[in-house]
Design a protein around this ligand. Sequence first.
Ligand code: PEP
Ligand code: MN
Length: 331
Amino acid sequence: MWLRLKENHGNQVQEIEAFLAQQNLSFEKMDLAKEILYRLDLGSKSLEDLDFPASVDVLPGENPYPLVSLEAKPERTRIVCGAHEIGPQKMTLIAGPCAVETPAQIQASAALVAKAGGHILRGGVFKPRTSPYAFQGLGAEGYPLLAQAARAHGLLSVSEVMDVEQIPQAAEYIDILQIGSRNMQNYSLLKALSKVQKPVLLKRGSAATLEEFLLSAEYILSGGNESVILCERGIRTFSDHQRHTFDVAIIPELKARTHLPVFADPSHATGKASMVLPMAKAALAAGADGIMVEAHPAPEHALSDAAQSLTGEGLHKLGHELFALEGFLQS
Ligand code: PEP
Ligand code: MN
């Protein structure tokens, strides 16, 4: 079991440690950026016999991820980002191209996203491509292009950081920093982003279990950054009718276990533009707090992920239908 002392714990540390010593309880202490955690071994004692000081949160059981767990923090996390609030009260729509390609392309994309009612403009500038010969993104010069296009259309921005050294420039321009699927278990990147004062959108690894996913989020919270958004984006299976397999069932399960916002990306999950809207609806109905999709002003000319990119019209229809479904689900 765990005990948690929140920020500004002052002399409560002495109080709790004196209590543990007096009760003869062995513990392991973790002094984190914002809190102190104690992992306790109760031995033969039972929880009911122990009258812990009121200053500590008591987390019974063998929860492996005490900071992200809903058990530890029953109110759901809301992330304030500019004028927008990410959380359970309102669906967040993120849309935009796979990659920032040119100033005109990202400006046109931003216009489509705003018209569809989206809140956040996406666009990769460092692209994790399977082939070294595929378009790798514009690099850091893409960050200001994305930021300007977002600002010009009243949107926030999100972009992936693939490497620790990309963080300072990304953080200068971009509102939300994304950890891609391939880097979900890049622990140096997770630790580095735990020290940044920006929300982090963490995508699920394509072969990651729910527990591994939540433990990666735990890394970011344990380093001091509590603004983490989880994003399901498909896993590897034997299915051959979609790019990955959209694991819609992880959405209610994540919501049952964590207070963090849960998003879904049906574009990377399915790889097919025709599947994006039905799977986005499925995700929203399953409890997702936000949806991320790829859209391009001219998908046939997209330099990456053309087959899964929605047209402006497709994105508009998606916005229209998702906001209607959101209204229905809330009624
Ligand atoms: C992306 O969202 O740009 C991306 C590369 O997705 P993923 O990391 O899920 O493959
Ligand atoms: Mn993509």
